[in-house]
Design a binder for this molecule. Structure first.
Ligand SMILES: [Zn+2]
Length: 148
């Protein structure tokens, strides 16, 4: 058990990004690195409990992933974006982290805005379509409001 390498937890993937996903602690996974998806991590914590699951998991990955259990783009696009924004920003307004992935994220946001401006009607149509599609989180909140 002591020789077992610590497992890292993969960040929730941005749906438009091809290529490797960083771990919560900012590592690029290599072939020898044990990694867990957010879903696998949540199952591990449920199966082993908090203390035991933390033993063989990178502490930064564990603490970051434990506060975001189950986050995926499909379930929580706002949470996934908040995670990326929080990671890429520095405390200085307008200044991003000196890191290729932070620069990539900024460039992706600029490209998304440019794509939308080139396809405005299609974008507005999709937003209107999505707005009338019931989402699990919305129903849960509405249920709580009615109950409370
Ligand atoms: Zn890690």
């Amino acid at each position: 058990m002591a020789d077992e390498p610590l497992a890292h937890v993969l960040r929730a993937a941005l749906p438009w990004r091809d290529g490797p996903v960083l771990t919560e602690c900012g590592k690029l996974p290599d072939a020898g690195m044990p990694v867990l998806t957010v879903t696998e991590f949540a199952a591990k914590v449920k199966r082993e409990g908090k203390q035991r699951s933390a033993l063989l998991t990178c502490m930064t990955c564990w603490s970051t992933a434990a506060t975001r259990q189950g986050v995926s783009w499909g379930a929580d696009p706002v949470g996934v974006m908040a995670r990326e924004v929080g990671w890429a920003r520095t405390l200085m307004p307008g200044v991003i982290r000196d890191d290729p992935t932070a620069r990539l994220f900024r460039d992706e946001l600029l490209a998304i805005a440019e794509l939308i401006s080139r396809h405005r009607e299609e974008f507005d149509g999709l937003v209107a379509e999505i707005a009338v599609t019931p989402r699990l989180g919305d129903r849960r909140r509405q249920g709580k409001r009615r109950a409370g």
